[in-house]
Write a protein that binds this ligand. Structure first.
Ligand code: ADP
Ligand code: MG
Length: 356
C-alpha cells in the first residue's frame, strides 16, 4: 500500500512561505496531477515527498509511514525530471541499470530488471546505444526506465515533457498513461499545462501561489470533469479550459441582456457577482433575437472549429463555434445566447462559487 498523505504541511525558504496548510490524500495506485502556474510550489511539494527538501511544519506519510527524518533512499520513491540527466558515456542499459548498480545489486538481477524495464518502454533494441544516438523522446523513455527499474512504490514526475516538441509531448503523454496499466504504483505528475492535467489525471489538484495572497496553495481537488464543470472558485475557473471561461460582471444578480439569476440574498457579497460561461456554452444567434447583442471583432479558424471574439456591452466574449456550415465573419452583428444550465456564478469579493 502506498497512499500518500499530506497533513497540514507547510514549507518556507527563510522568511518566504511557499507551501501552507497542505492537506491531501493520494490513494494507493492513483494517478494525480498537481497543476498550477509557475512558482506555486509544485516542485517543492514533490521534493518534500522524495526527501530532497524537509517540511517546515506538518507531516507527510507514505503507506501510513511518517517520512520525517528518512533519507530519500529509504522512501522507495522515484522521481523523473524535465532534464533527463543521462550519463553520456554510458549505454542505455547502463543508464537504466545505474540505480541498481549503486545499490549494489548482483549483475544477473540488474540485467533481468533492465530488460524488464526496457520491454515495458520498447527500448529493447537500443540497450547498447549511447544517449547521443537517441531522439529526445527515446532519451525521456530512458529516464523513465531508470525510475521503473527501481520498482518504486511512488513515481513523481516533475514536468517531464516540457523539453519535448508538441507532437512528441502528445505521444509521450499517451505512453505515460499506458505505463500505469503495466506498473502498480502511485503516481504524482506535476505540470503547468492545463491540457496535460485534464487529459492525464484520475484527479487534479489545482495549486495557487501564496505570493498572490492565497492563504493556502490547494484551490480544489477532484476529477477533471468535476473541476471543469463545477469550479469551486475563480482561480480554478480561469485556470482550466482553453479558451478561458468568459466572466461577466453583474450587479445585484442581473447580467446585461444575459438574463436574471436569482441568488439567495446572503450568497451575493457586497462586491456583486461574476457570471462565468465557457466559450462552448454560448450560441451565436441572429440579430434581433433575445440575448446579448454584439459585433464580431475577430475569428480564429482552427480547422475543426472557430474561436469567435465578440464585442458586447459586457466586454469581449469568446465563443467556440463547432458548426462549420456557418462561418462567422468579422464585422457581423450577432446575438449571444448562453445555455441556461451551463452558467457559473462567483462572488466577486471572495472568488468563491455561488449556487444559483
Ligand atoms: N531552494 C530554494 N530556496 C529559495 N526559494 C526557493 C527554493 N526552491 C524554490 N523556491 C521558491 O519557492 C517558490 C516555489 O517554487 P517551486 O516549488 O519550484 O514552484 P513550481 O514548481 O510550482 O514552479 C518559488 O518562488 C521559488 O523561487
Ligand atoms: Mg517546478
Amino acid at each position: 500500500m502506498a497512499e500518500i498523505e499530506f497533513k497540514s504541511v507547510a514549507k518556507s525558504f527563510g522568511k518566504v512561505e511557499v507551501i501552507a496548510g497542505l492537506d491531501l490524500r493520494v490513494d494507493d495506485g492513483e494517478f494525480i496531477v498537481f497543476v498550477g502556474p509557475s512558482g506555486c510550489g509544485k516542485s517543492t511539494a514533490l521534493r518534500m515527498i522524495a526527501g530532497l527538501e524537509e517540511t517546515t511544519a506538518g507531516d507527510i506519510r507514505i503507506g501510513g509511514r511518517p517520512m520525517a527524518g528518512l533519507a530519500p533512499s529509504e522512501r522507495n520513491v522515484a522521481m523523473v525530471f524535465q532534464s533527463y540527466a543521462l550519463y553520456p558515456h554510458m549505454t542505455v542499459g547502463g543508464n537504466i541499470g545505474f540505480p541498481l548498480k549503486m545499490a549494489g545489486r548482483p549483475a544477473a538481477e540488474i540485467a533481468r530488471r533492465v530488460k524488464e524495464a526496457a520491454d515495458i518502454l520498447d527500448l529493447g533494441p537500443y540497450l547498447d546505444r549511447r544517449p547521443a544516438q537517441l531522439s529526445g523522446g527515446q532519451r525521456q523513455r530512458v529516464a523513465l526506465g531508470r525510475a521503473i527499474v527501481r520498482h518504486p512504490d511512488v513515481f513523481l514526475f516533475d514536468e517531464p515533457l516540457s523539453n519535448l516538441d508538441a507532437d512528441l509531448r502528445v505521444s509521450m503523454r499517451g505512453e505515460i498513461m499506458l505505463l500505469r496499466e503495466r506498473i502498480q504504483a502511485t503516481m504524482i505528475y506535476v505540470t503547468h499545462d492545463q491540457t496535460e492535467a485534464m487529459t492525464m489525471g484520475d484527479r487534479i489538484a489545482v495549486f495557487a501561489p501564496l505570493k498572490d495572497g492565497h492563504p493556502r496553495n490547494l484551490m480544489q481537488v477532484g476529477t477533471p470533469e468535476a473541476l471543469y464543470e463545477r469550479p469551486a472558485n475563480l482561480f480554478v475557473a480561469r485556470f482550466l479550459g482553453s479558451p478561458k471561461m468568459n466572466l461577466i460582471e453583474m450587479g445585484g444578480g442581473e447580467a446585461p441582456a444575459f438574463g436574471t439569476f436569482p441568488v439567495a440574498g446572503t450568497a451575493a457579497g457586497p462586491g456583486g457577482l461574476l457570471l462565468g460561461v465557457r466559450p462552448e456554452d454560448i450560441r451565436i444567434a441572429d440579430a434581433g433575437t433575445p440575448g446579448l447583442a454584439g459585433r464580431i471583432r475577430l475569428v480564429e479558424a482552427l480547422g475543426a472549429e472557430y474561436y469567435v471574439h465578440v464585442e458586447t456591452a459586457a466586454g469581449e466574449l469568446i465563443v467556440r463555434v463547432m458548426d462549420k456550415r456557418r462561418r462567422p465573419v468579422p464585422g457581423e452583428t450577432v446575438v449571444l445566447q448562453p445555455a441556461p444550465d451551463a452558467v457559473h456564478l462567483f462572488d466577486t469579493a471572495t472568488g468563491l462559487r455561488v449556487e444559483a
